[in-house]
Design a protein around this ligand. Structure first.
Ligand code: HEM
Length: 142
């Protein structure tokens, strides 16, 4: 999978800095994932070193905080689904991911309206990542 499909179409050195609120959110999100037993399975899907993933996710989420935010396109959603296909995300993984994200939102986004808007969008996207896999939930999964 190429990293370019979820990044702005310009050379890396010309990319704007990520929104600091997105950086804070991503830091809190992966901190939660690192610490919580319920998140062990999804943490194990990731590389041990999260430096690149954190940077890509923060840049990806920066526009979600912007006042002039553009609604995500089906093509953007499909691009992210393609990148997640190899992880075989079942409902339990989606729920653990959302639990980490809700905790990160609670810790870093003070504005209630913004927090709720972000949580709703994350729920939609997380569900779409799950639906991009065709395999059944493994037996014994809570
Ligand atoms: C539903 C549960 C999800 C799981 C289990 C999951 C898991 C993963 C994993 C394992 C990676 C690769 C990280 C690495 O190799 O270190 C990844 C990357 C990424 N995820 Fe997710 N993800 C989920 C949902 C989402 C959602 C909802 C979004 C966006 C709102 C998202 C955005 C990203 C981005 C931007 C990357 C980086 C892509 C790249 O580096 O190529 N993910 N995710």
């Amino acid at each position: 999978m190429s990293r370019d499909s979820v990044q702005p179409p310009c050379a890396p050195r010309n990319l704007p800095a990520p929104d600091p609120r997105a950086v804070q959110l991503v830091d809190a999100f992966y901190r939660e994932m690192d610490r919580q037993v319920y998140a062990h399975t999804i943490r194990a899907m990731h590389d041990a070193d999260l430096v690149d993933t954190r940077a890509v996710l923060a840049r990806f989420l920066s526009s979600w905080f912007s006042a002039s935010e553009v609604a995500p396109t089906p093509a953007a959603l499909e691009a992210l689904q393609r990148r997640h296909r190899r992880f075989h995300i079942h409902a339990s993984a989606r729920d653990a991911w959302m639990r980490c994200m809700r905790q990160a939102l609670a810790l870093t986004v003070q504005d209630r309206h913004l927090r709720e808007r972000l949580a709703q969008r994350f729920a939609l996207w997380a569900d779409a990542m799950r639906e991009s896999t065709s395999e059944a939930e493994p037996s014994g999964t809570p």
